[in-house]
Design a protein around this ligand. Structure first.
Ligand SMILES: Cc1cc2nc3c(=O)[nH]c(=O)nc-3n(C[C@H](O)[C@H](O)[C@H](O)COP(=O)(O)OP(=O)(O)OC[C@H]3O[C@@H](n4cnc5c(N)ncnc54)[C@H](O)[C@@H]3O)c2cc1C
Length: 654
């Protein structure tokens, strides 16, 4: 394939030679498009990204709360610290009733319940435009990717020739110039009114769904003053005049800022003055004034979903282009980011020549499932909010609280579970052990995200968070060998047998090369001399280099000891332990006895529900979701399942 040819004309300077086939053309640089560009750049694929608007148009308003799974994802991308430094954490929520005299705060809850088991049990609030900018600056630093603006896509067309490797996209500049560009894959990240989606009507892609009669206004005010106490948390305020929501926000130009959502009924007027008057009525007797309105919008809630998320795995839809719903659960921007993250890794696997094109079909399978669930939850939430907004009855408030609690795992993104497919092992979920009943939580599940755990890096003894330290987003699958108590009798022999299996001729190592990393975790103490001699003398682990090339199980910098006991769910990020129920079997060993007392001795093994006496293998995909889960280090069973998994989608392993 030829590389881009730059000519002297300023028009041509913007694009490559017209016969150049771009690997990926991204249409739109909102949350979905910007993150897709970043992730692809990170994974070695250079995208072309265009947007019909100037960057300045993105500065204010729209989404403003990054939820748990999105924050976890940004950590693996190395962007979370910059975003957090420009935002505020939202850790709590308060429910108020201002219809009674004096007004009362009826419930205070954590923003997310602790049993989600995340290192980020909060939201990071900041304006969407700033997050987009941080992501795009990151993409530019990685490989010089820049958004071409303002260029609009007006049509996409697949070439009829089945052997053709390109989609032809028509672009139009703000001055009316048109240009055709070729790309192997096109991703419509162009929002709710997506032109790409409309261009797919010829391939029978429709937008399905309905509009609701619910009307909402959103307003960002700066320089506010109030005697209402809970402006630093999510505050949901009900009154006989309706309901409003406060979302704490980052300071803007040295002034405090807050987002206010206010539901309007169809008879109410929706000018800024009318909405302001309603906010004052709901808040009364509290006072609330501000210096300036930074952004204001009124919208009717719609719920729509594209009938297909891709056409022939050549043209894809992501974010609002694929699904539109209310912003009540704060999931538009978050879902758009997670769509892009999911799609990027699959496009990169194929573009980098590692995986069969069939992995691309899993994007629609996985993200359509999420979108369907989102529509269902959002529809119910609209109804629950509507009832809450029309009454100050405590029962309606309790319904809202119960609804939010029940849907917290999905809303936070931590509960998203992909159904079996070529990237998610299809063996039935493992039966939880009695240990897990004492520990709490659900253990690991194929298709769901890996659970965080605090461990100790064996090489230097430093205590680290496993997910931050071991699995950065670099396109590689991570095979966790959970070794359990590796110095117990017979364990070494099992490991040696595992190594034999791993390095046999034509084995996974020979084929998979750089797309897999191995991480070892043992419950043995990091101070154990027996462990030291096992690693250095018998297994001959090396400190650096590629484990596969060195033909070792894993290099010694990728070994962790699971010997950092959890004394508190917040320090350890373990799940809170519920008291054992009467049906829970009485603890019989030391781990169970301590778990029953609220102490996890080997948190990773215990939370992942892997018996330290047996060990297990967990394959984690580049996006942090579990691909394969096997208890026991029995080579025949465990390793062959891993090989079968990779055989399903890696090239050259048929
Ligand atoms: C009031 C409000 C509050 C919200 N609050 C939240 C929240 O708290 N949390 C949350 O997660 N979400 C929230 N959302 C939703 C969130 O803003 C959207 O879901 C999100 O922006 C969707 O991202 P996207 O990348 O899919 O599309 P968009 O952000 O719409 O980006 C699409 C991009 O494509 C460009 N484009 C459009 N057409 C073309 C074309 N033909 N050619 C080239 N470029 C094109 C546009 O200029 C734009 O930059 C809120 C939305 C609103 C309106």
């Amino acid at each position: 394939m030829s590389s881009p040819t730059i000519t002297n004309s300023s028009f041509s300077n913007t694009f490559a030679d017209e016969n150049y086939v771009h690997p990926v053309l991204i249409v739109g640089a909102g949350p979905a498009g910007s993150l897709l560009a970043f992730c692809l750049a990170r994974l070695g694929v250079q995208p072309l990204i265009v947007d019909s608007r100037n960057a300045v148009d993105h500065e204010w308003g729209r989404g403003d709360a990054l939820l748990c799974r999105t924050v976890e994802m940004f950590k693996t991308l190395g962007l979370a610290d910059t975003i957090a430094a420009n935002g505020v954490g939202m850790w709590k929520r308060a429910f108020w009733n201002t219809s009674v005299d004096p007004p009362v705060c009826t419930t205070i809850a954590d923003q997310f319940p602790a049993d989600l088991d995340t290192d980020s049990p909060y939201a990071v609030n900041t304006r969407q435009g700033l997050v987009e900018r941080i992501i795009l600056e990151g993409a530019e630093k990685i490989s010089g990717v820049q958004v071409l603006r303002p260029w609009s896509v007006t049509d996409t067309e697949m070439v009829d020739d089945p052997n053709a490797d390109a989609v032809i996209v028509t672009l139009k500049s703000q001055y009316g110039e048109t240009r055709k560009v070729k790309a192997r894959r096109v991703v419509g990240c162009d929002g709710g009114r997506s032109t790409v989606r409309r261009s797919l009507k010829k391939y029978d892609v429709q937008l399905e769904g309905e509009s609701h009669d619910s009307i909402w206004s959103a307003i960002d005010v700066v320089g506010f003053e109030t005697d209402f106490p809970d402006v630093n948390m999510l505050a949901i305020i009900a009154s006989k005049h309706g309901s409003i929501r406060f979302i704490p926000r980052e300071d803007i130009n040295g002034q405090n800022c807050i987002r206010i959502y206010c539901e309007l009924n169809s008879e109410e007027k929706s000018s800024l003055e009318d909405v302001t008057a309603k906010i004052q009525r709901v808040l009364h007797p509290f006072k609330f004034t501000w210096e300036a309105v930074n952004w204001f919008t009124v919208y009717t809630v719609a719920q729509r979903i594209a009938s297909a998320f891709d056409v022939n795995q050549r043209i894809f839809l992501a974010g609002d282009a694929a699904h539109i719903h209310s912003p009540k659960a704060g999931l538009g921007m978050n879902t758009s980011f997670l769509d892009a993250h999911n799609l990027a890794l699959k496009i990169a696997l194929v573009e980098n020549g590692v995986a069969k094109p069939s992995v691309l079909s899993t994007y629609a399978l996985e993200r359509r499932g999420v979108a369907d669930q989102l529509m269902k939850m959002d529809g119910e939430l609209i109804r629950v909010y509507a009832a809450h907004g029309k009454s100050s009855d405590p029962a309606d408030q309790q319904k809202l609280i119960a609804f939010q609690r029940a849907n917290a795992p999905f809303q936070a993104g931590t509960g998203i579970t992909y159904a079996p497919n070529v990237l998610v092992d299809d063996t039935p979920a493992l039966t939880p052990t009695p240990m897990l009943a004492l520990v709490g939580g659900q253990g690991l599940c194929a298709g769901r995200r890996i659970l965080p755990a605090t461990v100790r890096r064996y090489s230097d003894g430093i205590i680290v968070k496993m997910l931050d330290d071991a699995i950065p987003f670099d396109g590689r699958f991570t095979i966790f060998l959970c070794l359990g108590d590796v110095i117990q009798l017979g364990a070494v022999e099992k490991l040696e047998a595992l190594r034999e299996a791993m390095f046999r001729a034509n084995g996974l190592h020979d084929k998979a090369g750089k797309i897999i990393r191995f991480v070892g975790v043992t419950t043995a103490s990091h101070l154990s001399i027996a462990l030291s001699s096992l690693f250095h003398q018998r297994l001959r682990l090396l400190p650096g280099g590629d484990a596969a090339e060195s033909r070792i199980l894993f290099n010694s910098s990728k070994v962790y000891t699971d010997d950092v006991p959890c004394l508190s769910p917040y320090l350890s990020h373990a799940c809170p332990r519920s008291l054992p129920s009467e049906s829970t079997p009485a603890p019989t060993d030391i781990l169970s006895t301590k778990a029953a007392a609220g102490i996890l001795v080997h948190p990773l093994h215990q939370k992942w529900d892997i018996d330290p006496k047996e060990g297990g293998i967990v394959v984690v995909r580049p996006d942090g979701h579990v691909g394969v889960l096997r208890r026991g280090l029995d080579v025949q069973m465990a390793w062959s399942a891993v090989e079968k998994y990779f055989d399903g989608f890696l090239k050259g392993r048929d």
